[in-house]
Each structure stands twice: as C-alpha cells, then as structure tokens.
Ligand binder design. Sequence first.
Ligand code: GTP
Ligand code: MG
Length: 135
Amino acid sequence: TERTLVLVKPDGVKRGLVGEVISRIERKGLSLAAMDLRTVERSVAEEHYAEHKDKPFFGELVDFITSGPLVAMTVEGPRAISAFRQLAGGTDPVEKATPGTLRGDYALEVQFNLVHGSDSPESAERELKLWFGSL
Ligand code: GTP
Ligand code: MG
C-alpha cells in the first residue's frame, strides 16, 4: 500500500466540489487516512511548489494556493500515487485531461485545475511531511 498527498485547491472548495473529489477517490477503492480544511501560509505553498520556483507562473501559483481554504488529504491504497494522478487527469484541463477525469470534467484553466496529487514516491514523502508532519 502507498500514501499520496491530495489537495482540493481553493477553486474546488469555492465551487463546492470537495464531495465530488472524495467520492471519486472512494469509488476507485482508495481510502482517506487524514483530511483537513486549511488556509496555508505563503511559506508552505512556496515549499510545496519549490520545484517550480523559477517558472514565470510561480508567483500566481502561490497567490492562488493561499487565496482561500483548501482541503488537504492523505490518500491510501495500492499504487495510490499513480491511481490518483489518473483520476485527476493531465495538468491542462482542456488539452491534456480527458473527460472522465476530475480536471477533464470540472476545470478549464491550467491555473484553476481543481486538485493536486503527489507525482512520485519521493514527492509523496516530502509533501506528506510538509502537510501532515509524517508519512
Ligand atoms: P500539481 O498536482 O498541482 O502539482 O499539478 P501537476 O503535477 O499536474 O502540474 P505541475 O506540477 O507541472 O504544475 C503545478 C501547478 O502549477 C499546476 O497544477 C498548475 O496549477 C500550475 N501551472 C502549471 N503550468 C502553469 C502555467 O503555465 N501557468 C499557470 N498560471 N499555472 C501553471
Ligand atoms: Mg506537480
């Protein structure tokens, strides 16, 4: 079994899509090991997205992630990391995410793409420490 960090980003919380995200996670057969609604400090957002710190959109990304409450979850199950990335769909909700995925069904813009999921075991370990203090 594996653990991954999932975020329902502030756009998803504002639009009332938290239940839909949880529902798809559960229907897939994954389970929740922790969940918390919180508004994060810039320092946490900057650390979370450290790999993108030199990208032109970094400022906007941090502004957005700290713009309001988000839901952070530890999601658990066999191959949970790839399983959730597949449920989420590609980063660009129109060009990459296909219908049937969360982003493909519910998002239009790269910046407002609804969810985050860790992209590797190393990222999951780092992110779960940052968000929940442990793996
Ligand atoms: P996350 O799960 O959020 O990490 O998304 P991802 O792994 O599918 O994409 P990536 O890590 O490459 O990018 C992180 C986030 O930065 C994306 O989810 C987008 O919200 C945002 N992002 C990526 N590319 C762009 C861009 O060109 N413009 C803007 N404004 N945001 C971007
Ligand atoms: Mg990413």
